[in-house]
Ligand binder design. Structure first.
Ligand code: ATP
Length: 450
């Protein structure tokens, strides 16, 4: 984990949020390379789950929604984690995390009294060695006020999940694009949770990004849809993103641990450096959300099939991804140490399509103007052929440049040397094999694109 955090900071992938002011716990900023990596991951997801399908529609809803949404969805009443306070210094912790750190697994369904007893029975102290108070619930939604007044009726919340932005637009989508059930609505965007103890780098943040699908099906068809999305999720993680299948595990969440809205959940877990933890979840949300909207608004959420058959309120399968947890899985799987020419190297073996920089161009020596001029010419032409994917590097010696390129996962390095001036060809080095090939300049763009 330390290696990954250090790589991210050193190479401009992820920085602590508000770093220069001493940071703000649970927030992270994406640097020049990170912003491209994140965008590539999100685009790959969108292409796989939305664009290549005929029955998927996208929305981009507002982050601040009418507070009635969170009352109807159950979040106002139940979206809370168990919190416990150090009786001496008043620092607050998640009760289940302190128990987990002591190798005691608490059920998600345990009451505050049961957790308090479990902590007392096992003599659990705060990380500073002080006694702990009774467990209380802490609602994780961030509050804000809308408009110029700060009265109670101006209170609103930053969305804790993107899902409700989809459910509130279900009727809008049905009434404007007339989709045939089954169909899905997808959304990517920020979610906010006031986590009691954000930790483990970007794994548990207070501001993060979700990629969610609500897939609307006939109530009789939920089981096959669940299996379909379960397969698709594995396919995406293993084939599209390239995560090793043996690091991915399904956890069938028992009823007592499931979220209040779910009748079946599989958590897809990953072997992170911090242990096996949830990467994403697939939940069968039944008609819970659409029925809540009906109750709260008095509007019917019934779907009327075009063939005139019986109207029904659709049931929902929800595959829900966190961008940060997916990127942390990618970094975990791809950051490797191998041996090249008898010495160790650090290499980020990102799938080529995700690499923030696809190719670096450099002159063998930076003080030889004829090499620099030729390399610049090639760099400029590649930039117009592959915008945003090419980087210039003339720092240090060529060995150092290769090491840096390997560490940030650049699939190809192009080097202009003295032979280039006579044979009009360059050396192209492959990140994974470290093999070097001689490629004619006029064939270079095509070669790299391939
Ligand atoms: P956990 O049990 O780890 O807190 P959760 O079950 O509450 O997660 P969901 O409500 O199912 O998470 O959210 C869907 C996805 O959003 C998660 O699988 C995860 O990828 C992501 N996610 C949730 N909370 C966070 C967070 N605090 N930081 C980063 N990603 C998160």
């Amino acid at each position: 984990m330390d290696d990954i955090i250090s790589l991210c900071k050193r190479r401009g992938i992820i920085f602590q949020g508000s770093d220069i002011y001493g940071g703000l716990a649970g927030t992270w900023d994406w640097g020049p390379l990170g912003v491209v990596l994140k965008r590539n991951v999100m685009q790959t997801w969108w292409r796989y789950f939305v664009e290549r399908r005929t029955n998927m529609y996208g929305v981009d809803a507002a982050i601040i929604m009418n507070p009635k949404v969170w009352v109807a969805s159950g979040h106002a009443a139940t979206f809370a984690d168990p919190m416990v306070e150090d009786m001496v210094n008043h620092r607050r912790y998640r009760a289940d995390h302190l128990l987990k750190d002591a190798d005691i697994e608490a059920d998600d369904g345990m009451s505050d009294a049961e957790l308090t007893k479990l902590i007392a029975d096992n003599g659990i102290k705060s990380p500073d060695g002080n006694p702990l108070g009774a467990v209380k619930r802490f609602n994780m939604m961030f509050r804000t006020t809308v408009g110029a007044t700060e009265s109670d009726d101006a209170v609103a919340y930053l969305r804790p999940e993107t899902a409700q932005g989809i459910f509130t637009n279900y009727k809008n989508v049905v009434d404007t694009v007339y989709p045939a059930v089954p169909f899905g609505i997808a959304q990517q965007g920020k979610a906010f949770r006031n986590e009691i103890s954000p930790r483990d780098f970007i794994f548990r943040s207070r501001e993060f990004e979700q990629m969610e699908i609500e897939y609307f099906v006939h109530p009789d068809k939920w089981e096959e849809a669940f299996e379909h999305w379960h397969d698709e999720v594995h396919n995406f993680l293993e084939k599209e993103i390239g995560l090793p299948a043996d690091m991915i595990h399904d956890y069938e969440v028992p009823e007592k641990d499931r979220a209040h809205y779910s009748d079946r959940t599989i958590d897809v877990e990953f072997d992170y450096p911090i242990g096996r933890e949830e990467l994403m979840g697939i939940a069968y949300r039944t008609d819970f959300d659409l029925r809540n909207i009906e109750r709260a608004t008095g509007k019917s959420m019934e779907y009327r099939p075009k063939d005139g058959s019986e109207p029904f309120v659709p049931h929902v399968i929800e595959p829900s991804f966190g961008v940060e947890r997916l990127i942390m899985a990618i970094l975990t799987a791809c950051y490797q140490t191998d041996e090249v020419g008898g010495s160790q190297r650090k290499v980020l073996k990102l799938p080529k399509s995700l690499a923030p920089i696809q190719v670096t161009v450099s002159p063998l020596l930076k003080n030889k103007s004829e090499l620099v001029g030729k390399a610049r010419e090639i760099y400029d032409s590649l930039i117009s052929a592959m915008p945003g994917k090419v980087s210039w590097d003339d720092s240090g010696n060529i060995g150092k440049r290769y090491r840096k390129a390997d560490e940030i996962g650049v699939p190809h390095c192009v080097v202009v040397d003295f032979d280039t001036l006579t044979d009009n060809a360059v050396t192209v080095r492959d990140r994974d094999t470290t093999q070097q090939e001689r490629i004619a300049i006029d064939k270079l763009a095509k070669y790299l694109a391939k």
